[in-house]
Structure formats: structure tokens, C-alpha cells
Design a protein around this ligand. Sequence first.
Ligand code: 9YW
Length: 442
Amino acid sequence: WQNPDRPVADLGELGDRARAVLAGNDLGTMVTAAPDLYPHMWSWDAAFVASGLSTVDVPRALAEMSSLLAAQWHSGMIPHIVFSDAPGYFPGVDRWRTAGVSPEGVSSSGICQPPVHATLVRRIVERAAARGGQDAQAAEDFARSTVPQWIRWHEWLRSARAADGSGLVTVYHGWESGMDNSPRFDGPYSRVHPGELEPFQRTDTRIVEDASQRPSDEEYARYLWLVQQMADVRFDDARLPGAVDFQVKDVFMSAVLAAANEDLAVLAEDYGHGGEAAQLREWAAEFREGVDSTVDPETGLARDRDVLTGEWIGLPTIAGFAPLVSSTDPLLRARQSELIDGPDWTGDPRLAFPLPASTSTRYPELRPRQYWRGPVWPVMNWYLASALRRHGDEERYGRWREASLDQLMEGHFGEYYEPFTGEPLGSWDQSWTAAVALEWLD
Ligand code: 9YW
């Protein structure tokens, strides 16, 4: 990778190349998450992609969000994958067995992903409003007509995944967290014992030839076992708690939801649904408090909780910084900001770029090349930095921006990066990496 065809000359060229990546992955009304590895639409990817696209083409960005919304289930759930017709990804729609459960004509998985959408819709709408003219009008029309659908999505998260009022969202699969094989899920997954599993053949390890960058076969068997358990109860929200061997209160997803509730409240007020704003703000407070309540006083990091054993999961992963997304407690924010600058995170002098990795680089079981067990994910860093900025931290935003742009200048738009060498890993030309490049440049 260091001898490429591709190092980028300057920021102007980086922007041109990022736009070309998105155009190259665009099927028309769906930008696939990656050209070969992920030839479909992923829920949270689509929101980042739309936000990046809105720096170039607002109507196209809105069309991306509309495609995703068109797959919303009657329950309100927005599925984590909307399948294109492309072959070659496993598990495909047949393995999910969602036909007859998902709405007529929708080809999707049966689980969800972190609800970053309302936050990014607000961003797109504000960007378009600042531009004025037809872009502003199109974004306003979009917001007016879709706010009710986003509210249904948040209502579903609250009622199907957090009805206990804990302010913490339950996930039934690591895939729902978006951080599939993070060490945070090792404990819960160690208690998942696949029974009789339909035979399967992975496709991801054919595309990412270095299998050590992807989850192991053992991990995959557990992933598929959970899919089978959910499909067996037809993804019925009421039956999942009695049927699924993996149930975790996901602190990062809860923080994302807290922030998104705030953003949706603003959109609701601005675009004709003000009556719902108070409810959304109540939920924002509930999830904000839920996240704050998980912080380990010793480490200063937020924790997940295994619902089935009641155990806290306090590993040093990026999810531990969930309060930086949602908290309004100044002491907590200060402590977390100091931590993230420290030697376990961006202050580790061995880093190629001073950016947080998915798992602390001092974690004894760090796997610096393996997916969510160590690599640096550009999309996460942009999301976290924009949350810092929104809470007034321009300084850290500026530092991370510079480091992130330096990281991306190698030109492959990697899915994730080796923390110490800066090598791009996983898929190249990953859409959300290109999208956040455009956001950093905007
Ligand atoms: C998979 C598309 C998705 C992301 C997830 C990431 C990965 C899919 O890719 O999961 O098959 O492993 O973990 O967050 O949405 O980019």
C-alpha cells in the first residue's frame, strides 16, 4: 500500500477523490457501503454517506435518506441492511428470512444499527438552508414530510429496546452496535453456544484476503446463530427477550440516541411537528442520564451491561467515550477529554496519527489489524469530533481534523487503519470514509 498508484497531492485532490469514490459506489438511489465487500446499503453508513454527499449534491443526499426510509418496517424499525440486487454478500436476505415480516417489496435484514440519522438529517438540512435556493427548499420539504418517520424510528427504539426506562438501548446482536467484534462483546458472545446451524460459506474472507483483519469463523458461527434465533421468532420484538442468547445494554448506541433525540426535537419544532418536541427532549434526557450512570468511577469510562448476567462490561474501547457524545455534565466531559488525550489513547507516542483507536492501544489483547479490536476507524473519529465540537470543543475538533486529513492523504479511503503504521485495512474505497473526508474538508 505504500507504493501506490495513489498518494494524494493536496486537500483539493483529496476532495476530488472522495467525490469520485462516492460516485463510483453509487447505484442511483443507493451508495453501497463499499465496492466489493459490502454491495448493499447499511443503515448508519447511509446517514454518513448522505451527510458527505450533501457537501456536493443536496438532492442526491436526500434521495439516499429516502431510500433508507423506504425500507422502514411497520414497527418503526429501520433495518441495518437494505439489500441491492448485487450477489456475493453473506448473509444475504434469504439467510435472514425476513420475507413476509418486512414490508412488501422491502429486501432487508431484521436488526437495526445506531440511530445517527436524525443528527445527520439536521446537519444536511442546516447545510442546505445556508445555501438557500432550491437546495434549501428540497431539504425543507424532505424534513416536513419525513420527521414523522424519524419519530416512529425513535419511538420504536424506546419501546422495543428501552421500555424499562433505564435510558439504555438493548442490542440482540453485535452487528446492531455497528462494532461487530469489539472486545466489549467477548463476554456476552462467550456465552452464546451455537446449536444446529444451517451450513454456511463466508464471502468476506474471499474479498479481504488477509483473514486476520476480519472476525474469526468461530465468531461468525455465533453471529449466524443469533440471526437464526431471531428469524425463528420472526423478529417479533415481544419474543426476542425470551429467544436470543445475546442481550446487551449498548452504551454507545444509547448516547447516539440521546443526541439524535435532541436533533429530532429541533427538526420537529422547525418543520411542523412541534407537538412532539417535548417527548423527544424527555427521551434525550433519559438516555443522557442512562449513559452517564454507567461510568466506572475508577476508569472514567462508560460501560455496557450484559442483560442476561447483569454484569458490567468495562473494557477500554472507544465506546467508553459515549458521554463525549451525549453528556452535559462538565466534570464528566472534562475527565473524559483528559483521558482521550492521555497515553492510552491519542497521546500514545507510538501512534502514526494522534487519533483514538477502536480499542485502547495499551489494551493487552489489542489486535491492531483486526476490525473493531484495535484499528482506527475514520468514520468514528469524525462522529466523535463533531460531537465534541457541538459541545463547544473547537480545539480538539481542530486537532483531530488535521490528524484525520493527514491519515487520509495516503489515498485509499480504507475502512479502518492500523494505528501504528497508518496502513489502510479492510475494504478500500469505503463510502463512509470518503464521506467523512468531505465533511472534514467542508
Ligand atoms: C459486516 C458497512 C458495515 C458497518 C459496520 C461494520 C461492518 C458489516 O460494515 O459490518 O458484514 O461485517 O462493522 O459498522 O455498518 O460499512
